[in-house]
Design a binder for this molecule. Sequence first.
Ligand code: NAI
Length: 446
Amino acid sequence: MTDKYTQFVSRGLGKDIARKLGLPQPVVLRRHKAGQPLIEGPVLVQGTGSGADELASALLSWKLDVRRHAVPREKLGAIILVLDELARPGDLEQPVLTAASSLRDLAPNARVITVSRAASDSADPAVAAARQGVDGLLRSLAKELRAGATGNGILLANGAGTTSPSTLGALRFFLSGRSAFVDGQFLTVTSAAGHLPADADKPLAGRVAVVTGAARGIGAAIARTLHRDGATLIVVDIPAAGDRLAAVANEVRGTALQLDISRDDAGQRIIDHAVARHGRLDIVIHNAGITRDKLLANMDAGRWNSVIAVNIAAQLSINEALLASEHFRNSPRIVSVASTSGIAGNRGQTNYAASKGGVTGMVRATAPLLAAHGGSINAVAPGFIETEMTARIPFATRELARRLNSLQQGGRPDDVAEAIAFLASDAAGGISGEVLRVCGQNLVGA
Ligand code: NAI
């Protein structure tokens, strides 16, 4: 559900009042629905190199209405700014200012997407400066966009090109309603691996997936989204959540496994369950997580240890079992749920932020271990998401937290689930070791 304030100021009298009083004006975001076009309105592809030409051809093959030059006052669904040939900071001016002249023509919920090369791939100071400049440019532009429009970037690394499978996969994700709450973020395409699915509506067809912490909240949303995308589900949660877990399992026509993931044998129990029913396991989503908040000055060992045990130690131990298993070798995908608290820090959450920062480090170091089997591992870091947990925050604090991002509203469990479903798909097979924030571009912190 969109929050009541957002509904009120999105139209009619509410919109007029908010504008006159200078109040935040969040809009109802365009989220993915079955049968919806990828993007509404023409897509302007700007950039003069061969990479831009190839990208424009690929978009034409998706039957999009592609422009290579702006038509004055024509409403645009998206601007894709291809900056893959930057050699010095001065090279930014021409393409960036050309794109700037079309910004006023963006339709509500439009997209601006940059495609450029990773600064870390160049040892030349001028090249690295130009490439890193795109980072500051895009993050600032995302804060200037209005009416549900978002700005995100794709970084090409290790020889990945503008039409590598995961460049196109990331482009589809960013253009679509699946990325509605992703704003001001970059996804690095780390290799030319991966492939686009034969059926864009069922990208996970034939894949066996496990979701932990699936009895409610974000985990239940992930299970529903992976099911929608064609996966066969195994949902995991603690025995005390057994009834709700069974209900989710029924809904997604999967099986339930009652299991505390912090048990030493959790990894083996998950593999045994999957192998007994399906002969193998392809996707693992580490979503289960807990909070035990206290200022560090008042922290006790119980609170500290339980959070570390569930949120990161369990994931490490399960991954160890998965990496050793011959049943997890078919382009395996792992996606972990981190948190913006683990990136920017949060008062009262030193234990939680240590565990979630740990997820980021774990994902980076595990990526090379999975590459041997054509696998990948990534994390999604949610910001303020409307769940039972955040509904319990006192009204004034909640209202503040909800509005302090570029989209001026909280995200939904579905928004996190969409990012996870993308990273679990083969279209993202060339993206590994990365963290994608789903936070509407939090204005505070990192
Ligand atoms: P939630 O508390 O509603 O759901 C978590 C689920 O995990 C519950 O069903 C719980 O029973 C299960 N779980 C807890 N410990 C377990 C264990 N030892 N073994 C098996 N299952 C266990 O939480 P929510 O909000 O859905 O969060 C899901 C994930 O997203 C967590 O990792 C959380 O840290 C993360 N997150 C949530 C944000 C939010 O705004 N709600 C923001 C950032 C991250």
